[in-house]
Ligand binder design. Structure first.
Ligand SMILES: [Zn+2]
Length: 68
């Protein structure tokens, strides 16, 4: 499994988690509900995919460098 598919699985898992959390009714700790979980999840996915992309780029550049 490469970085790309690992990133996809990671993102899908977080989307599912975010939707599940956002769908929960308000409780004692979160009297206004959990709608913001979706926003946070989107942010986390963005950060995660950015990090994965940076790692892929770094890996490619390093391989290019070692071949020269
Ligand atoms: Zn809660």
């Amino acid at each position: 499994m490469g970085w790309k598919s690992a990133g996809d699985v990671f993102a899908s898992g977080f989307v599912l988690l975010g939707l599940t959390l956002a769908a929960r009714p308000p409780d004692k700790n979160h009297p206004y509900g959990h709608g913001r979980a979706e926003t946070l999840t989107g942010l986390l996915i963005g950060l995660g995919l950015t990090a994965a992309g940076a790692l892929i780029s770094y890996d490619s550049l390093r391989r290019l460098g070692s071949r020269a």
